[in-house]
Design a protein around this ligand. Structure first.
Ligand SMILES: *[C@@H]1O[C@H](CO)[C@@H](O)[C@H](O)[C@H]1NC(C)=O
Ligand SMILES: *[C@@H]1O[C@H](CO)[C@@H](O)[C@H](O)[C@H]1NC(C)=O
Ligand SMILES: *[C@@H]1O[C@H](CO)[C@@H](O)[C@H](O)[C@H]1NC(C)=O
Ligand SMILES: *[C@@H]1O[C@H](CO)[C@@H](O)[C@H](O)[C@H]1NC(C)=O
Ligand SMILES: *[C@@H]1O[C@H](CO)[C@@H](O)[C@H](O)[C@H]1NC(C)=O
Ligand SMILES: *[C@@H]1O[C@H](CO)[C@@H](O)[C@H](O)[C@H]1NC(C)=O
Ligand SMILES: *[C@@H]1O[C@H](CO)[C@@H](O)[C@H](O)[C@H]1NC(C)=O
Length: 395
C-alpha cells in the first residue's frame, strides 16, 4: 500500500531522498508491527516451537538407560531428548510420556499411571502406549481395557500404529523397482552361480546331522508353533535349542556358530497376528540360512519373493519333504538366496529403538492434532485380528 502511494506521487517529489527514506521506514515499521501482531505472531511461535528439541520421558524403565542416553539428540536435524528418570524434571515439562507394556523393561509395575495423569497439566503432552508384544502375549501381563481414554498415540508392531515399531526392514539396495522379469532373471543367475557355503554336516558320532534348527524360549504359545514342530520332527530331524529343547546356544556369536551347521531355521512366531513379524525372522534373513516362517503377517510385504518358506502353506509332512528336496539339490536351495545382492536387511534391536524414537520425535514436531484412544481393547487387544491355531494345519 505504501509502495503504491510512493509510485503515484509526482516524479519530482518521489525522487527526493528524504521522501524515499521516510517511505522505507514506514514500510519496515508496518512489517514489524504485523510481525508482532496478528497473524505473524502465530507463525513466529510455530517456528520457535518446531526448532525446540523434544523431550520424551520413559515412564517405566530402569534398564537400557545407557542406550537411550546414547541415542538422545541424534535424530538427524531434530533434537530429541530421552529421559528415563521420572523425578528428574516436572512431569508437565515433557512433550511425550511413553509407557512401556511388556516384560522387556523390568520392573514394569507399579505403573502408577494415576500419578502422571493427576500431576500433569500440560494439555499438549502425548501419552504413548508402547509395546513390542502381541495382544495375546501381553494379556498375561496387563489388562489393557483398563486404560480407556488415557493414551493419545500407540507405538506397536502394527503398521497402522501412530508410530510403527518395526523389528527389521528389508529394503532394495538400488532404488529401482524390480519387475517380475528381473526377479526371474536374478533367480536364474543365482541358480547358476550360487555355491552354498559347505555346512559341517558330519557330527562326532559320524552321523549326518540335522539341517533344520529352532531356538525358542516360550514353549506354550497361542500360535501352537510347538505342536507344528513336534509334528515336523516325525518326518525330519530338528535340532531344538533353548527352553523347548535340550541343546544350548549362548553368547553374542551364538547364531553365527549355530547357523554354520544348518540350512533352515524355523522363524516361528508365538502369535498369529497381522503385521506380527519379529526379530526371529529378520535376524535370520541377515544370515546364510533360509528361514521357514509361521506367523499371521503377510510376509510378502516384508521380504522379497522366494527368500523364505512359509510353513503355513504346507502340512508338517509336506514341509519335511520339501526341505529334503532342497537339501539334496543345491540349485534349488541356492534360488532362495537370489535377493542377497539386491536388498539390505536391518535387524538390530538398536536400530529398532533408534528409528522408532526418532519417528516419535518427528511426529511430535509436526502432528498437533488432538487424538486419544477411548477403547484400546478394540484397537489393540482385539483377538479377532489374531488367528487362533487350527489343528487342520497340522493333521
Ligand atoms: C533421578 O533424579 C533425581 C532428581 O534429579 C535424583 O535425585 C535421583 O538420584 C535420580 N535417580 C537416578 C536413578 O538417577
Ligand atoms: C502446571 O503445574 C505446575 C506445577 O505443578 C505449575 O507450575 C504450572 O504453572 C502449571 N501450568 C499451567 C499451564 O497451569
Ligand atoms: C479387564 O478390565 C476390564 C475393565 O476394568 C474388566 O471389565 C475386565 O473384567 C478385566 N479383564 C480381566 C481379564 O481381568
Ligand atoms: C499352556 O498355557 C495354558 C494357558 O496359560 C495352560 O492352560 C496350559 O496348561 C499350558 N500348557 C502346558 C503344556 O504348559
Ligand atoms: C535330546 O532329547 C531327545 C528326545 O527329546 C533325545 O532323543 C536326545 O538324545 C537328546 N539329546 C541330547 C544331546 O541330550
Ligand atoms: C535340481 O533341480 C533342478 C531344477 O528342478 C533340476 O534341473 C536338476 O536336475 C536338479 N539337480 C539334481 C542334482 O537333482
Ligand atoms: C490426550 O488424551 C487425553 C485423554 O483422552 C486428552 O484429554 C488430551 O486432550 C489428549 N491430548 C492430546 C494432545 O491429544
Amino acid at each position: 500500500m505504501w509502495l503504491l502511494l510512493l509510485m503515484i506521487l509526482p516524479e519530482h517529489i518521489r525522487n527526493r531522498r528524504s521522501v524515499k527514506v521516510a517511505a522505507f521506514l514506514v514500510v519496515v515499521g508496518t512489517l514489524v508491527f504485523w510481525w508482532y501482531n496478528f497473524p505473524f505472531q502465530k507463525v513466529h511461535d510455530y517456528i520457535l516451537q518446531s526448532k525446540r528439541g523434544k523431550s520424551i520421558l520413559l515412564w517405566n524403565s530402569n534398564e537400557n538407560e545407557r542406550f537411550f542416553r546414547q541415542h538422545s539428540g541424534s535424530c538427524g536435524s531434530i533434537r530429541c531428548e530421552i529421559i528415563s528418570n521420572r523425578s528428574e524434571r516436572p512431569i508437565e515439562s515433557y512433550d511425550a510420556i511413553v509407557v512401556i507394556f511388556g516384560d522387556d523393561f523390568s520392573p514394569v509395575d507399579p505403573m502408577e499411571l494415576a500419578e502422571f495423569q493427576s500431576e500433569s497439566n500440560n494439555t499438549n503432552q502425548k501419552f504413548v502406549f508402547y509395546t513390542r508384544k502381541s495382544p495375546q502375549s501381553l494379556a498375561s501381563y496387563h489388562n489393557v481395557s483398563e486404560f480407556t481414554g488415557v493414551f493419545n498415540w500407540t507405538m506397536t508392531y502394527r503398521r497402522d500404529s501412530d508410530i510403527p515399531l518395526l523389528y527389521g526392514r528389508i529394503a532394495p539396495e538400488e532404488l529401482s523397482f524390480l519387475s517380475p522379469e528381473d526377479v526371474l532373471r536374478h533367480i536364474e543367475r543365482a541358480r547358476k552361480t550360487f555355491r552354498p557355503r559347505p555346512k559341517s554336516r558330519i557330527s562326532k558320532l559320524n552321523k549326518v546331522s540335522p539341517i533344520v534348527a529352532w531356538m525358542a524360549s516360550d514353549c506354550n504359545t497361542t500360535s501352537q508353533r510347538e505342536l507344528y514342530v513336534k509334528e515336523l520332527k516325525n518326518y525330519i530331524e530338528v535340532d531344538v535349542y533353548g527352553e523347548c529343547g535340550n541343546l544350548t546356544c549362548d553368547g553374542p556369536q551364538c547364531y553365527d556358530i549355530l547357523l554354520r551347521n544348518y540350512k533352515f531355521y524355523l522363524s516361528f512366531e508365538n502369535s498369529l497376528c497381522p503385521d506380527y513379524v519379529t526379530d526371529t525372522f529378520f535376524t535370520m534373513m541377515d544370515r546364510d540360512v533360509v528361514p521357514v516362517v509361521y506367523g499371521g503377517a503377510d510376509y510378502t510385504r516384508y521380504a522379497p519373493t522366494h527368500s523364505y518358506i512359509d510353513a503355513r502353506q504346507f502340512k508338517p509332512e509336506e514341509l519335511a519333504t520339501y526341505l529334503k528336496i532342497l537339501d539334496a539339490n543345491d540349485t534349488l536351495y541356492g534360488e532362495y538366496f537370489w535377493w542377497k545382492d539386491h536388498y539390505r536387511v536391518t535387524s538390530s534391536e538398536e536400530n529398532m529403538w533408534h528409528n522408532s524414537f526418532c519417528d516419535l520425535s518427528q511426529k511430535l514436531h509436526r502432528d498437533f492434532e488432538s487424538k486419544s484412544y477411548q477403547d484400546l481393547i478394540s484397537y489393540w487387544g482385539d483377538y479377532n485380528q489374531c488367528v487362533p491355531f487350527d489343528p487342520k494345519w497340522i493333521f
